[in-house]
Design a protein around this ligand. Sequence first.
Ligand code: S3P
Length: 448
Amino acid sequence: MSAHGPARKMIARRSDALRGEAHVPGDKSISHRALILGALSVGETVVTGLLEGQDVLDTAEAMRAFGAEVTRDGDGTWHVHGVGVGGFAEPEQVIDCGNSGTGVRLIMGAMATCPISATFTGDASLNKRPMARVTDPLALFGAQAVGRAGGRLPMTLVGAADPVPVRYTVPVPSAQVKSAVLLAGLNAPGQTVVIEREATRDHTERMLAGFGAEIVTEETGEGRVITLTGRPELRPQTIVVPRDPSSAAFPVCAALIVPGSDVLVPNIGLNPTRAGLFHTLQDMGADLAFENLREEGGEPVADLRARYSPDMKGIAVPPDRAASMIDEYPVLSVVAAFATGATEMRGVKELRVKESDRIAAMADGLRAAGVTVEDGPDWWIVHGRGADGVPGGATAATHLDHRIAMSFLVLGLASDAPMTVDDGGPIATSFPVFEPLMTALGAQIGPA
Ligand code: S3P
């Protein structure tokens, strides 16, 4: 869906202690992959805990357009009847991926080695984002892309009729690019090899193995070398989607900065390629505890408890941790504003090409809220105000970016004066129950 309707102004006010359990929705990355791999296997894949956010609903609709049957039971269980590797049908209409870079890039990969064409579009945010990072490697398989200047959507991809396998070193740390190449490699004969210098989220590799593909990851001097044997018969799976650590970040960070808070976030996926924020918060002195650590459906899971942490200190976030917390920098910068001393975030150029330029969006809103921020092409520093508190009292522009909207609403729960965001509508892409969930904990968040 390429537009979410009229802008929805929202406000967050200084709140009393947040308390209770926060049952955040299913993991967005895993939800997209469950639908796509379900569509590429023969038989019925059953998914519970799927994130029913707009990004994932758009991917479900796309899988239907490529010929899979995707249905939802009244109790929220999803069923995918797939068409098999190489079995995608040519869609009759344009595929609209809405706000989702993950959706469009993974789906492009999945269709790039099928003898069909498809045209992709998205909302104003997605149509600004770079697609050459996926169409360049997909061209090596034999696919051809024609889009707007700078490799932007709308774009038509003509799949390779006679694909060849590929060996590709991913030039930017991106799980979306890695995954697009792996999904394309599914329908290429022989072995497709993807090399990544920095480890990014590995849900695609884990899930491909779960569906029965032959996939091997080796840690070598040149990085992680992932070898996939093409043309497997994927076996349908039963998938229980863990809850999203990137969504958990919002109630967790809110609890750390609102005096007296004690919040439990159960069943959070803690895949090491996703857990960087929580280690960073602990390094800053946050009172975080991982309870009941276990493994579910091939992914590590725990219950996370966050308590108000008045003595957090700014740190230099290790750049080699960036990929494991790439979506969490906006809300980390909010916590950093309340900590004492500077928090330095370096090696984060990718933040400039997310749903918005996240360094610019956060720096602008934080400055308007009375926080000193320095920034450069691939770094930014937030000067924490510690005991002085954060003034707030500003309106932040969210630029169609769900995480910018939620970050500034979290800030408003602890700033002196309320924080407003110009449009909370995009929150529905990843965390449709954000407002009632936060309100149930005691947060004063609502329409402005
Ligand atoms: C994702 C990968 C990341 C992340 C995005 C989800 C995924 O993007 O920012 O929200 O599911 O593969 P990049 O691959 O562009 O880093």
